[in-house]
Write a protein that binds this ligand. Structure first.
Ligand code: NAP
Length: 539
């Protein structure tokens, strides 16, 4: 093949990303619909988020028997998870297995980052350019770029002069990092930092955790899965899936119907204690109204604060950890293995950078207003430019050269989180405006992939070549997304990444759809059943 021939390759569909979403979308469009498909993936392997997030302690918060695809009975039968929550390496093994089992790799181009995607109305095709200068065109473009894949390294003056090494957890070196004997500074106490700190502390000479916002956490109680549970999960998978499809969050457990004040204080304390002992995100499912009523939420928040004070021996450290300023679960609630216990170690200390802000990174370490902390390594567990970041870092242009960045200047706008008016034949898997990050991700992903696949099948069987969200439908959905968030306590965590508040200059808009996965699925199904109401087709 000549260079010129190799450089513009034509497909029916292009998919950006080879994580959970991209793999299943490839399988669905190629093997179910018979389309010619190419996946473009920046990493050198499959896995998406899990390809990059290899930081110490990286593990999923969804229970393993629910953190998987459900579309293939054979796949469910043959795969065996080993722990209650899957670690990052096990998830990569799973996705490698999926890629091999369904022969997906032959249609994935690795080591290829998409830099631009422009729609050409004359040909009704997307022209996609990569960082290597290669070009592709396709009728359909599906972004499967993940919600948490654009690392957010804060712009702290002096980082370039730091004499030690630094890492962001979301871009962790594949060969690992040896903390033995090192003075380590960790910035960030979200889900990631809460997982990483206990593991780093095991080998570091000293770990200093720089905390800006104190955070709730509930024990994960991770453990190897028993043979009995593994058998049960396989035998009862239809029931498990039924629960996952009927709940707000797509997890394999139902949310209790009772409200906090339906029970006595004694019963409530027992319910919280039982959930604490059981561990995991089920703590959030103890009462129906935990995210609806501040008074109800306060009871869970107080319970966790009390636990923190009872675990952490130094009262000053305990107070800093328990001084939490937002409702429980209004930020993504972490679950942990010995996070608070870690602060009882002699080699771990906590710096409250809200009281004593970080001013600079010096060649020696981190300097706050009041002190300087000499360090060999800095770990940025500082999160992501979530949801919109992975889309906006590509130059996406729709009809008449309209850029996605311009349309989303004041926050993301789309219809059902799936399509943007002015961007025909572009689908965004788990985009903003969909439940995605508020949900057990594979459940949200399967629903989106199947909806998109059905929509394209509908088009092909009706001789339609173009689909595009209508502006009115898009505006209505933006209002619906705002209303759903405002009906909950979620927007009360003013510094949450759900609101884009963690990235300076990002518009403060609540991004995911908070109306619940089950409700969202119903809306999408009804829209399709009504002839794709709110979408305009062309041929
Ligand atoms: P995150 O929740 O955004 O937390 C980032 C942390 O860094 C926060 O404590 C934040 O403080 C702090 N931070 C950011 N910039 C800072 C600065 N300039 N100075 C000081 N502190 C700063 O990010 P994450 O922990 O990586 O988690 C992101 C999401 O990924 C999670 O919410 C979850 O959805 C997903 N995740 C899931 C798992 C799992 O399933 N187990 C594990 C990890 C992550 P503020 O709060 O004050 O902004």
């Amino acid at each position: 093949m000549t260079d010129a021939a190799r450089r513009v390759a034509e497909f029916d569909a292009l998919i950006i990303g080879a994580g959970f979403s991209g793999l299943y979308q490839l399988y669905s469009l190629r093997d179910r619909l018979g389309l010619s498909v190419q996946v473009l993936e920046a990493g050198e392997g499959v896995g998406g988020t899990w390809y990059w997030n290899r930081y110490p302690g990286a593990r999923c918060d969804s229970e393993s028997h629910s953190y998987c695809y459900t579309f293939s009975r054979e796949l469910l039968e043959e795969w065996q998870w080993t722990e209650r929550y899957p670690g990052d390496a096990e998830i990569r093994r799973y996705l490698d297995h999926v890629a091999d089992r369904f022969d997906l790799r032959r249609d994935i181009r690795f080591g290829t980052r998409v830099s631009s995607a422009h729609y050409d109305a004359a040909t009704n095709r997307w022209r996609v350019t990569t960082d290597k200068g290669d070009q592709f065109t396709a009728q359909f473009l599906v972004t499967a770029v993940g919600c948490l894949s654009t690392a957010n390294v804060p712009n702290i003056p002096g980082l370039e002069h730091f004499a030690g090494r630094w890492f962001h957890t979301g871009q962790w070196p594949h060969e690992g990092v040896d903390f033995t004997g090192k003075r380590v500074g960790q910035i960030g106490t979200g889900s990631t930092g809460i997982q990483a700190a206990p593991v780093i502390a095991e080998t570091a000479a000293h770990l200093t955790v720089f905390q800006r916002t104190a955070n709730y956490s509930v024990p994960a109680r991770n453990a190897p899965l028993t043979d009995e549970f593994q058998r049960w999960a396989k035998e009862h998978f239809d029931e498990v899936r039924q629960v996952m499809h009927s709940t707000t969050n797509g997890h394999p457990f139902a949310i209790d119907r009772r409200c906090v004040f339906d029970v006595t204080p004694e019963e409530r304390a027992q319910i919280y204690e039982a959930a604490w002992q059981k561990g995991g995100l089920q703590f959030r499912a103890t009462f129906h109204d935990l995210l609806l009523s501040k008074a109800s939420n306060d009871t869970a928040a107080d319970f966790i604060r009390h636990k923190i004070r009872s675990i952490v021996k130094d009262p000053v450290t305990a107070e800093k950890l328990a001084d939490i300023d937002h409702p429980y679960a209004a930020k993504r609630p972490p679950i942990d293995t010995d996070y608070f216990e870690t602060f009882n170690r002699a080699n771990v200390s906590l710096v409250d950078v809200r009281a004593d802000p970080i001013e600079a990174i010096t060649p020696l370490g981190i300097r706050t207003r009041a002190a300087e902390y000499p360090l060999d390594l800095i770990v940025f567990a500082t999160g992501f430019d979530a949801m919109t970041g992975p889309l906006l870092r590509m130059d996406i242009r729709g009809r008449d050269g309209l850029t996605l960045a311009e349309l989303w200047k004041a926050g993301p706008r789309n219809y059902l989180g799936l399509q943007v008016a002015g961007f025909p034949n572009l689908f965004t898997i788990t985009g903003p405006g969909s439940p995605s990050v508020l949900c057990n991700m594979p459940v949200a992903i399967e629903q989106h992939v199947e909806w998109i696949t059905d929509c394209i099948a509908h088009m092909r069987s009706h001789g339609l070549t173009r689909v595009e969200a209508e502006t009115e439908a898009m505006d209505g959905w933006v209002a619906e997304v705002n209303a759903a968030a405002n009906a909950t306590l979620l927007p009360q965590a003013h510094h949450s990444w759900y609101l884009g508040a963690n990235v300076p200059g990002k518009p403060r808009v609540f991004m995911p759809y908070a109306g619940g996965m089950a409700r969202y699925r119903k809306i999408c199904t009804e829209v399709a059943a009504k002839g794709y109401q709110g979408f305009a087709f062309g041929s």
